[in-house]
Design a protein around this ligand. Structure first.
Ligand code: C2O
Ligand code: CU
Ligand code: CU
Length: 490
């Protein structure tokens, strides 16, 4: 590893990344990591060490043994940390299926505590959805079987046992679940080495701490916010690209962090999809807010840059109405992923489609439900409509097939990414705060970011399966502390 000789120590956060950090320190090994690279300040100044972005291994969801067990995360050359992993991999394997397939997955829990896996964004029967009541004890296994009934899209899977979700995701348990179909095939989007999956998380830069879970009181309030961006399990990732168009599928799998994605060159992101799959039409935007649990799917053409050029996917600063005292508050400027344009053929036949899919709009309705998002007090800090989660209590009942308007009002000073299982919804209005629905929030969503003082309206219907599905804040500390309700589809 290259070391920062002559770096301005006082101007940059230095962190030690090590399994045996003492061994590395003894050898003089100190990695410099910074959330936002300072410009080098003269001769000898060093850049932070970046790690090559790994691409998770793909596996078919049609016949899969999925194990959750303790293991070791390799987070840089010679640097590893204890972690909990799906199939020994970080991130977990990328599960792939096509519309019309049947997924058959055996979950084996080798963790020392209960777990259950939820397929975030997949439309599956309630009994296969990973509701916390179905958590299985250490040593047990569970067979999932469900048809893939939805459009192509970028989904993910992660543990969902009540009170343990945050810790299990923090320790490394999360992976992509990609659904493909003919509609998307026909678009001829970039694939193979020109499709980059990026699981974004912010972590502590210290190897011993990066995958551990010990939230402070401040973490339990605002959510656990750290300052080192990780991509697919490694800190400060970098990846080489050729002069062609790439597809990025980005998942915010952090604990609490809201990212505001943009390229440092100001190049527009050509957004083609979000949580529920393809947008009706492409949205070229400068930046994208991505709350925990949300996905964004966009194209970038690197043919526009000369070989050798570095382009950085950043998280831009933003401010919330009320400043918090957190050491690494929301809105922190971060350099998430470095993209290095290498020599390479610039020929590229992939089209830049403008019309992508047809999304029937749900009809407006007067049947309305309101959800007030609250974070206050010490006990039962995070609530929806004054309640905290009771796994066995049904909070709302909605008839199968009925279209409703759900209104989420954030009556707190914290962002709340609201997530619904069992269906997708359409975002129709946002008042207060950012005061608009963004073009990349079109189509079908399963998670919507409700910033402080915002009121967001969505149209929703459950038209596939009856049963109990959670509605919750996807800030993982909020979720674990009970900011979740049960919605029963009757
Ligand atoms: Cu991604 Cu209920 O969760
Ligand atoms: Cu979910
Ligand atoms: Cu929340």
């Amino acid at each position: 590893m290259s070391l920062g000789t002559g770096s301005p120590l006082s101007r940059r956060r230095f962190m030690r990344l090590a399994a045996g950090s003492s061994a590395l320190i003894a050898a003089g090994g100190v990695l410099s990591l910074s959330s936002c690279d300072d410009p080098p300040s003269g001769p000898g100044a060093s850049k932070p060490v970046r790690s090559p972005l790994p691409q998770p291994v793909s596996m078919s969801a049609r016949a899969l043994a999925l194990t959750a067990a303790a293991g070791v995360a390799r987070i840089a050359d010679d640097v590893s940390a204890p972690a909990w992993l799906f199939n020994g991999l970080l991130p977990g394997p990328t599960l792939r299926a096509r519309r019309g397939d049947i997924a058959r997955i055996r979950l084996q829990n080798y963790l020392p505590e209960p777990t259950i896996v939820h397929w975030h964004g997949l439309l599956v029967p309630a009994a296969a959805d990973g509701h916390p009541v179905y958590a299985i004890a250490s040593g047990m296994s569970l067979d999932y079987e469900f048809p893939i009934v939805q459009r192509a899209g970028t989904f993910w899977y992660h543990p969902h046992p009540h009170h343990y979700t945050a810790a299990q995701i923090q320790r490394g348990l999360a992976g992509f679940f990609i659904v493909e179909d003919e509609e998307e095939d026909a678009l001829g989007l970039p694939s193979g080495s020109r499709e980059i999956l990026l699981l974004l998380q912010d972590r502590d830069g210290d190897g011993a701490e990066a995958f551990s879970y010990a939230p402070t009181a401040a973490d339990l309030r605002a959510g656990m916010l750290r300052n080192v961006p990780f991509g697919n399990g490694v800190p400060l990732p970098t990846v080489n690209v050729v002069g062609a168009r790439y597809r990025f599928r980005v998942l915010n799998g952090s604990q609490a962090r809201v990212f505001r994605l943009a390229l440092d060159t100001g190049t527009l992101l050509s957004v083609i999809g979000n949580d529920g799959g393809l947008l009706p039409s492409r949205a070229d935007v400068e930046s994208v807010y991505l709350g925990v649990g949300e996905r964004i799917d966009f194209l970038v053409d690197f043919g526009a840059f000369p070989a050798g050029r570095k382009v950085v996917l950043q998280s831009l600063p933003f401010s919330l109405p009320l400043a918090s005292g957190d050491p690494y508050p929301q809105g922190l400027h971060m350099n998430l992923l470095e993209l290095v344009r290498t020599e390479g053929p610039a020929q590229d036949e992939s089209p830049l489609p403008s019309t992508l899919s047809t999304v029937p709009l749900l009809e407006s309705t007067t049947s309305e439900r309101r959800f007030v998002l609250q974070s206050a007090g010490d006990e039962d800090m995070h609530q929806i409509n004054g309640r905290t989660f009771d796994m066995n209590r049904v909070d709302e009942q909605i008839p199968l097939g009925q279209v409703e308007r759900w209104v989420f009002h954030n009556d707190s000073t914290l962002p709340h990414p609201v997530h619904l299982h069992g269906t997708h919804f359409q975002v129709v209005a946002r008042r207060g705060g950012r005061n608009r629905v963004f073009p990349y929030e079109a189509g079908w969503k399963d998670t919507v970011l409700v910033m402080p003082l915002e009121t967001v309206e969505v149209l929703v219907t459950f038209d596939l399966y009856r049963g109990v599905f959670p509605l919750h804040c996807h800030n993982l500390q909020h979720e674990d502390m009970g900011m979740m309700l049960n919605v029963e589809v009757i």
